[in-house]
Design a protein around this ligand. Structure first.
Ligand SMILES: [Zn+2]
Length: 421
């Protein structure tokens, strides 16, 4: 079989990608890489599909898998219940196939929560991925078999193990085929700094994530098939990616814990903690999606309360009242705007953003305030590599544009490759 451009034996020098040509990239393993990776494993009794993917790609992915094998779909497994992984079975089900659908038991609560908070999640995804409309699925292909800690399934004489974990989600599951030394990690490996900080979404689990990575590193897998990005071949390469990803997380976790236990406030901890600079350069640990500072926030949320350490913020005045007070102290909104412009010109878009927020909250109808806000977030958007931060900055910029009667910026085809066709 020809070597795929979705496979690397040298991850330290690889160029990450999340799109590639579908095909069989290891014996009996078919990969469909379209932002998310869908896999089909050929077993003696039929196919095991790991992460059927997005709803909108269901027909395409099913067609590609059916072009590779006409064996019946015996089982599908969701490595977790996210929109890009667990919503693509439609085409198989419409074709009359009735696979066992396996997931970790927390996937059920996830789907229930998705139904309960549909509007909220639709808006989060619109903002995070700069979609033209709020969008979130309402239809679920529910698991038919769930497990708590682990499950072993026999496909004829081929054994497949499912292991529960927590990380990006509380319903993670990784898949191990001992005889082949195949490891399917789901989103425990994504060719990005771990997605365990997301500012808009529910709790993530950095420590459990690191533990799962170390457990997987102990398997001596020959092949690693991630939820997104390149497959990795070779025992040493697989182990390095797993152990270094765990270490990246632990270095952040240890700093947060030490500072929490030393009595620092959440804001002090947020500003002080940094990722390991060498590991942060690895192609598989770049912060182009999530942001390491957001991981700090998630740990504070997990182990602490929500109070930020500023007593005035405990039962605060409204943001508008605070902003009007600051504007009055400054001598008027125009002074605030001028100061924001000066900061922006001097390259301090961080502080300029605070001026813009005060100015627009003190005087929402003031064109100069909205223009400052628009320009500040255009700059922050440009300076930021984290897609999650970019999404929020673009949304703030667009709020200002709409207030000014301008067209919002909808030009982005998502960096990570969301194609809502
Ligand atoms: Zn994913």
């Amino acid at each position: 079989m020809a070597e795929s451009n979705m496979l690397t034996r040298d991850p330290v020098h690889a160029t990450p990608r999340v799109w590639g040509k579908p095909g069989e990239l290891a014996p009996d393993v078919f990969m469909y890489p379209a932002f998310v990776n869908t896999y089909a494993l050929r077993t003696p009794v039929g196919l095991l599909v790991i992460d059927p993917g997005f709803t909108h790609a269901s027909e395409t992915v099913q067609g590609a898998i059916r072009g590779w094998s006409d064996a019946p779909l015996h089982t599908a497994v969701y490595t977790h219940g996210h929109v890009d992984h667990a919503f693509g079975l439609r085409a198989f089900l419409h074709a009359g196939e009735r696979p066992q659908i396996i997931a970790q038991e927390n996937c059920l609560d996830r789907f229930r929560r998705y139904a309960m908070t549909h509007g909220w999640n639709a808006r989060i995804n619109q903002r995070q991925f700069s979609l033209p409309q709020p969008h979130f699925p309402r239809h679920f292909d529910w698991p038919t078999l769930t497990f708590r800690d682990g499950l072993t399934q026999r496909f004829g004489d081929l054994e497949v193990q499912y292991h529960a974990a927590k990380g990006e989600t509380d319903d993670a599951c990784w898949v191990w085929v001992p005889e082949r030394k195949y490891l399917f990690t789901g989103d425990l490996i994504i060719w990005q700094a771990p997605n365990c900080g997301n500012p808009q979404k529910v709790q993530r689990y950095p420590a459990e994530w690191a533990a799962a990575l170390d457990t997987m590193a102990g398997l001596d897998a020959e092949w690693l098939f991630p939820g997104h990005g390149l497959a990795i071949a070779g025992r040493a390469a697989v182990r390095q990616v797993l152990t270094e990803s765990a270490r990246y997380l632990r270095i952040i976790i240890d700093q947060v814990l030490a500072r929490m236990n030393a009595g620092e406030t959440p804001e002090q901890i947020f500003h002080a903690v940094e990722p390991d600079p060498e590991l942060a350069q690895r192609p598989y640990l770049q912060a182009n999606y999530d942001h390491p500072k957001f991981i700090v926030r998630n740990l504070l949320r997990l182990w602490g309360g929500w109070w930020n350490g500023n007593a005035a913020e405990l039962l605060p005045a409204t943001p508008e009242t605070q902003a009007r007070e600051i504007a009055a102290l400054a001598g008027g909104v125009d002074t605030l705007i001028a100061r924001g412009r000066a900061l922006l010109d001097a390259g301090d878009s961080t502080l300029a953003a605070h001026c813009a927020e005060w100015a627009t909250r003190a005087a929402a109808d003031h064109r100069g305030a909205q223009e400052l806000k628009r320009d500040v977030y255009a700059r922050r958007l440009n300076e930021e590599t984290s897609l999650m931060a970019q999404g929020i900055y673009r949304a703030a910029m667009n709020d200002a544009r709409l207030a000014l009667g301008e067209e919002p910026d909808r030009v982005q085809r998502l960096v990570m490759g969301w194609n809502e066709d």
